[in-house]
Design a protein around this ligand. Sequence first.
Ligand code: IPM
Ligand code: MG
Length: 358
Amino acid sequence: MTKTIAILPGDGIGPEIIAEAIKVLKTLQNSFALDIHLEHGLVGGAAIDATGYPLPDETLDLVKKADVVLLGAVGGQKWESLEIARRPEKGLLGLRSELKLFANLRPAILFPELANASTLKPEVVENLDILIVRELTGGIYFGQPRGIHTLENGERQAFNTLVYSEHEIERIARVAFESAEKRQKRLCSVDKANVLEATEFWREIVIQVSKDYPNVALSHMYVDNAAMQLVRAPKQFDVIVTTNMFGDILSDLASQLTGSIGMLPSASLDANNKGMYEPIHGSAPDIAGKNLANPLATILSVAMMLRYTLNQPKLAIAIETAVSQVLRDGLRTQDIGQNAISTREMGDAVVAALLRSA
Ligand code: IPM
Ligand code: MG
């Protein structure tokens, strides 16, 4: 059956990197018999400019009808003066919550060819393979009440709420335990249980869920220590599960262990593995429109889509192998090397490597 992929390029480098991912998808369609249909939609600043809203109803309809979503990136200086509720980022957060994409999988895998691109010593990062499982539709990102108000004495005050219900912790913990079962069977839950009740509760529920996964070794770490340990000795981790905000921060940190944030894909899944796939990096306005961005994180997001939602593991491996091949051939965009090639050249090289394996 034909699968519909909703394509949302977004802002900044979004359209450029998505164009390369589309080349890869078309190659799979034409030369690997992947039965897909692509539909395009607006989100983020691009949608604000066209409609006034970061997540227009039309886009919401499109993604709800589609089998899966591929997103570029959102945001940029142009929209920074808008109130938070109308900014491009709200489009992305709206997609996550409307589609109930509570499980965000962010692998940090070091391609052996890039051991020297990391700012850490090669021996600290070689063979690195961590999976961060980030809770994506709860916590302080979505908690109510939130806002800015004026106190009786006239002083202004701003507030957000860190809140987690039991079922929200339980379901993300299960995703993490199940991921760990398929890997090295080690799960580290990251919290700030020494200070925040909401994350003390998080720890309690994770321990409760762990009873169903006796073959996974569970450990706990405070987030400040986890940040330090990720830089000191990242290979001690297999799977990390954590809250929305801690996961946001630690996944950027982990990405740099692998050489570049331009390399890391992500999957955001609902309870039925329907999902949205996107690079973990942002819209990089400073290099937007210059044909400089690294499209590999987006191309690797397509591989994750094939694996988790479209059930095409062989094609996922084909893409990952093609990416390894171009890196082995010495091809680099400017974020990961010298004598860099362009966004489009990188996309073309991946397509060529894919076709050689067809
Ligand atoms: C990410 C991004 C987003 C987030 C922003 C763009 C809203 O940083 O996906 O990590 O904070 O979740
Ligand atoms: Mg982030």
